[in-house]
Design a protein around this ligand. Structure first.
Ligand code: IMP
Ligand code: MG
Length: 172
């Protein structure tokens, strides 16, 4: 587990989340807020981000599976678990681990927009802009990274390494 290059430390993640949490609390305080985490990759980010937002909120989960062959996206995305809330009564923030090709989020955003939330915003922990295949950007990305395959802090390679507390480059 220790031969990976750390590119974002635990402390950097923590500090950035504290900052963004304050911003979001100020922006949404007094409004019905629903954080929607995209499983599995965003589960760690969701757990930390929701605790950094000092305002009433609810949480929900969706599972959008992007199919990978090792570290290469095959381009197929499907929603395998859906929300149990009617989102038309909420301001919704989608909480995602990473925007890579953009396919997953553009699909999830179209899907949720069709349910008429009061507003919809996307917050992503990581952004890999050089890999974009569809025209999509998060409203807020905490860190922009180069074209590396990364693991840790919820992100996996073949379902492993999600429990690393930092973001590291996967070296195989
Ligand atoms: P996209 O649909 O290509 O934007 O990517 C969607 C999903 O692919 C993300 O939510 C991640 O679960 C996964 N993914 C993309 N890049 C990486 C990476 O560098 N490491 C681990 N998972 C990744
Ligand atoms: Mg994944």
């Amino acid at each position: 587990m220790n031969n990976h290059n750390i590119i974002i430390t635990e402390e950097e993640i923590k500090n950035k989340i504290a900052f963004v949490g304050k911003q979001l609390a100020a922006e949404y305080r007094g409004k019905p807020l629903l954080l929607v985490s995209i499983l599995k990759g965003a589960f760690v980010f969701m757990a930390d981000l929701c605790r950094a937002i000092d305002a009433p909120l609810e949480i929900g989960f969706m599972c959008a599976k992007s199919y990978y062959n090792g570290t290469v996206s095959t381009g197929t995305v499907s929603i395998t678990l859906d929300l149990d809330q009617d989102i038309s009564k909420y301001h919704v923030i989608i909480v995602e681990d990473i925007v890579d090709t953009g396919r997953t989020l553009s699909l999830v955003v179209d899907n949720l927009k069709a349910r008429n939330p009061l507003s919809l915003k996307v917050v992503a922990l990581l952004d890999k802009p050089s890999r974009r295949l569809v025209d999509f950007d998060a409203d807020l990305s905490l860190f922009t990274i180069p074209d590396l395959f990364v693991i840790g802090y919820g992100l996996d390679c073949d379902e492993k390494y999600r429990n690393l507390p930092y973001i590291a480059e996967f070296k195989g």
